[in-house]
Design a binder for this molecule. Structure first.
Ligand SMILES: *Cc1c(COP(=O)(O)O)cnc(C)c1O
Length: 371
């Protein structure tokens, strides 16, 4: 029998922290304060400190975090927002949700993060914002993005949904742009037991606006200066996130060690392994390799019990949902290359050395079987 190694093993993590989690959840239940309140405020304070920013505002999910940050920054109808085409659809959906127009740009073929050159070429007089995504856990080339944005007078809002704790030059992602947007979807590096998200910022006015927009535009219980939405963080989720935040630093180190081991073991295999980065800039939400034999390799690995994923099989500009933009095949070659060849190998903090070795051995076995 083959071992079964999932892409993400939430059960392995639960085993380590189950008692702490149950204590924290019990406390919230006994408090009967379920939405907002002290637990959410405490998490916001701790998460802001973790990110090295002044404010964090808990919201309902990562997609809302992006949309609310844009709305708080005054982005809406008639504005263009640039989004890399190789990302989860939520990045682009948030633009539409905020009332603005999505413009896709290409990604770098080395890192699959936003390409500064393509960003430059995508700017028009209507461009108000760019949403760099710190994809797979690796910090986007944020210094270049900031420089281009400041020259063109556009706002940077970071999509940090996959990169909790990644840093560039000692500064954590989320602290570079006007705002940074996080998801706490269960499979993310910091995941709740349901949906959750946060907007982090050093700008007090943005933090206040996001908080108001996320809570029915409330200024006071029944005084509404504007219409908002209902997108708040639950106290139970905040309590769970507080427990997990205490472990996140250690979990990130374990992810990096597993990534380094994969790269070492796969040196002799004809696949492109991810650049390991400079130490701090990659938190390995995903460990993504590239192969020209993607479909066959994926089926082989699955047949051997290896839970691989594809992030993402169709670049956003070629999705039916965005056919109205009229982007043709070949228009964003970096994103299309990633879509054609990327494979995500199992990656989670608790993955064992034996599991990593088994997965790497199966990758090599596939290429031997091809000869
Ligand atoms: C998960 C994710 C989101 C959206 O987060 P949700 O909490 O699922 O709404 C946005 N962007 C990226 C890159 C993501 O991976």
């Amino acid at each position: 029998m083959n071992p079964q190694i999932p892409l993400v093993d939430l059960k392995a993590q639960l085993k380590e922290i189950r008692d702490e989690i149950l204590d924290a959840v019990t406390k919230v239940i006994d408090s009967t304060s379920f939405v907002g309140g002290a637990e959410v405020a405490a998490f916001e304070k701790e998460f802001a400190a973790f990110c090295g920013v002044r404010y964090a505002v808990g919201v309902g999910n990562g997609t809302d975090a992006l949309a609310l940050a844009m709305r708080a920054a005054g982005i809406g109808k008639g504005d263009e927002v640039i989004v890399p085409a190789n990302t989860f659809i939520a990045t682009a959906e948030a633009v539409t949700l905020a009332g603005a127009k999505v413009v896709f740009c290409d990604v770098d073929e080395e890192t699959f993060n936003i390409s500064p050159d393509s960003l430059r070429r995508s700017i028009t007089p209507k461009t108000r914002t760019v949403l760099p995504v710190h994809l797979y856990g690796r910090a986007a080339p944020i210094k270049e993005v900031l420089e281009i944005a400041s020259k063109s007078n556009i706002i940077v809002i970071e999509d940090c949904a996959q990169a909790h704790g990644a840093e560039v030059g000692g500064v954590k992602v989320g602290g570079f742009g006007l705002a940074g947007c996080f998801s706490f979807y269960p499979g993310k590096n910091l995941g709740a037991y349901g949906d959750g998200g946060a907007v982090v910022t050093n700008d007090e006015a943005i933090a206040d606006k996001v908080r108001r927009l996320a809570d029915h535009g409330r200024q006071d219980k029944y005084f509404h200066a504007c219409e908002g939405v209902n997108s708040r963080l639950d106290a139970i989720q905040a309590a769970i996130l507080r427990v997990k935040l205490r472990h996140l630093g250690e979990w990130t180190l374990r992810r990096r060690a597993a990534a380094a081991r994969y790269t070492e073991l796969l040196k002799s295999a004809p696949v492109k392994t991810p650049n390991l980065g400079d130490g701090g800039d990659h938190v390995f939400h995903l460990y993504v390799i590239l192969s020209e034999k993607r479909e066959a390799l994926v089926s082989f690995l699955r047949s051997k019990g290896v839970g691989v994923g594809i992030h993402y099989p169709v670049a956003l500009h070629l999705q039916p949902a965005y056919s109205y933009l009229g982007c043709g095949k070949g228009s964003l070659p970096g994103a299309e290359k990633s879509a054609a060849g990327s494979i995500s190998l199992p990656m989670f903090a608790e993955i064992t050395e034996e599991q990593v070795a088994y997965v790497a051995a199966q990758v090599k076995e596939f290429f031997i079987s091809q000869k």
